[in-house]
Design a protein around this ligand. Structure first.
Ligand code: ADP
Length: 219
């Protein structure tokens, strides 16, 4: 699903955020990406989201060389991914339903299909009863579940998450990880960046460790 080859990302005057990263993640895997703050985790996720392009080396996702995508292809590529952030990134002025349902509307689905998918994913994260609530009325754990529902609405084959439990207490963090585990069990490839070693031990999946931009351990 993901192949990087001698991937480096250099910022400004010679800061290697990533250095010679060669990794392979198979379709259907659940992989953690860890390492201390500044190790390059977010940079790697941004490269996979095609928000950044590598300075050196290559990256392919589902057979697509990300350096060769046109602007239009980048949009299509991103729509096929799910992503989840530490700070949820929900739109505060929109209801849960609209936050989750926004994505299919962009894709131009009919409203019936769109509503059906939105209800489905909300039910799946156990929050269909909060569909008319606004983000500020929800707990952090609930907000992240909504963000996960939103990431699933286009049925992505790959989900990328950047410190998705960074704002949550340990119990809620585990709950969120269990959701990712369930998503993975349904066949979706999952890559979760976290510095939380305890959580990784608990979930027990292959772990890529970055250190100063290099792969220190590939699991
Ligand atoms: P992590 O997510 O593991 O904390 P990052 O990928 O955010 O690490 O950062 C890796 C390194 O790249 C750090 O030294 C950081 O300061 C640097 N870096 C990240 N983004 C930028 C940027 N846009 N411009 C310059 N340096 C950056």
């Amino acid at each position: 699903m993901i192949e990087t080859s001698h991937l480096s990302k250099i910022y400004g005057r010679g800061i290697y955020a990533l250095r010679d990263v060669t990794v392979s993640i198979q379709k259907g895997e659940f992989v953690f990406l860890t390492g201390p703050s500044g190790a390059g985790k977010s940079t790697l996720l941004r490269v996979l989201l095609r928000q950044e392009v590598p300075t050196e080396g290559s990256v392919t996702v589902a057979g697509r060389d990300l350096a060769r995508l046109s602007r239009r292809q980048v949009q299509t590529y991103r729509r096929g991914l799910g992503f989840v952030f530490q700070d949820f990134k929900l739109i505060q002025t929109k209801s849960v339903l609209d936050n989750v349902g926004l994505v299919p509307r962009v894709l131009g689905e009919t409203s019936v299909q769109q509503q059906r998918r939105t209800f489905q994913v909300l039910k799946w994260v156990g929050l269909q009863h909060r569909m008319n609530a606004f983000p500020e009325e929800l707990s952090g754990g609930e907000q992240q579940r909504i963000a996960i529902a939103r990431s699933l609405v286009n049925e992505p084959s790959l989900i990328l998450a950047d410190e998705p439990t960074g704002n949550l207490d340990p119990d809620l963090s585990l709950e969120i990880m269990n959701l990712f585990r369930d998503i993975n069990a349904r066949g979706t490839t999952v890559l979760v960046a976290t510095h939380d070693r305890e959580l990784i031990r608990h979930v027990g999946r292959r772990t890529l460790t970055l250190d100063h931009g290099r792969i220190a351990e590939a699991g």
